[in-house]
Design a protein around this ligand. Structure first.
Ligand code: AHG
Ligand code: MN
Ligand code: MN
Length: 318
């Protein structure tokens, strides 16, 4: 079986970028180990703190963030890191070529129920005309990403990585502590009648979204209705979409007028869009391509519609 290191060499990935990817994955192995030990390793429960976005942090949010930060801060090729759990970017090695942004622990509400959780990451080129630790370093589009991926801590720990226009799946061998390739050139299956959306927000969606979802489940409107799945962790939902097809949707809603969209562009939407598009799917906000959107605020939130291109198009109003 091919190891990740071998694949990166075969793909002729820049050696410095390989080093950065290696650091992220070393951290993910440590997180995977802690997750696997569950309550014994003291990772369950709330931390009684809030992040900059006003969300209550779980102990594992903080621990995962620290593990990534500690490892990446030592990497000579990382200029700065941005995290869901950090108000501002953390400057690392001055003049280094890469930026790393991450959601250290996606699906926090699944931690205590032993459900699917993960780490989502993206790597961008650093800008030489901007201060090392400045937020403006990250004001780039999805197309600027040089690598993106997620590590899903499920029954198996699985890595999906997009680099050089390709997407590959690896599974962590927990004995040898190595990621081995389990799927090459992942391709999103088309035609699967499955959608993922938080139906509890139904009454807060636009009429267009209410009608389009109703159209998928109304027996009289089609031969076969759609099935629904909702993990409460984007990383699990997107992994299912990449594996089995369908669509993942988090549209805008009016539940909290101060926050019309939930998912973050930099470390949730950008990396998932890069992965899904590399697998032949589509990734949009309600206005157009996620990849073409330019970040203008570090923790900016956007509506997210990703998966099978035909299904994503059905949810685009124009
Ligand atoms: P996080 O745990 O990093 O804050 O992200 C949770 C996100 C995403 O993973 C998931 O799809 C969504 O929030 C779940 O939202 P609901 O609470 O509406 O189910
Ligand atoms: Mn998240
Ligand atoms: Mn998170």
């Amino acid at each position: 079986m091919q190891s990740l290191e071998d694949l990166l060499v075969d793909l002729d990935v820049d050696a410095k970028l390989q080093h950065v990817i290696h650091s992220i994955l070393s951290a993910s192995k440590e997180i995977s180990f802690r997750v696997g030990m569950g309550a014994i390793s003291g990772v369950h429960g709330a931390a009684e703190t809030e992040n900059v976005q006003g969300e209550t942090q779980k102990k594992l949010d903080i621990i995962s963030n620290q593990i990534l930060l500690d490892i990446l801060a030592k990497n000579p090729y990382v200029r700065s890191v941005a995290s869901e759990e950090e108000d501002l970017p953390v400057a690392c090695k001055s003049g280094a070529p890469y930026l790393v942004a991450y959601d250290p622990l996606d699906g926090s509400s699944n931690i205590d129920i032993n459900g699917q959780i993960g780490t989502i990451f993206t790597i961008l080129p650093a800008k030489d005309n901007v201060e090392d630790g400045a937020v403006e370093q990250y004001y780039q589009t999805g197309h600027d990403q040089v690598c993106a991926g997620y590590v899903l801590y499920g029954p198996a720990t699985i890595l999906l990585i997009a680099v050089q226009g390709e997407i590959h799946e690896f599974t962590l061998d927990k004995i040898n502590k190595e990621f081995y390739q389990t799927k090459a050139n992942v391709s999103l299956p088309h035609g699967t009648r499955e959608f993922a959306i938080n139906m509890a927000n139904y009454h807060y969606w636009s009429e267009f979204y209410q009608k389009t979802i109703t159209g998928l489940i109304k027996p009289e409107s089609q031969d076969k209705t759609y099935n629904m799945r909702w993990n409460g962790a984007m990383v699990g939902d997107v992994h299912r979409v990449l594996t089995r097809g369908g669509v993942f949707l988090y549209p805008s809603d009016t539940k909290n007028p101060a926050q019309p969209a939930k998912l973050r562009l930099l470390y949730e939407a950008f990396p998932m869009a890069m992965l899904v598009e590399a697998a032949g799917g589509k990734a949009n906000t309600e206005d157009g391509s996620i990849m073409q959107t330019e970040l203008s605020e570090l923790h900016q939130r956007v509506p997210v519609l990703i998966g099978d291109g035909d299904l994503v198009s059905r949810f685009m109003q124009s």
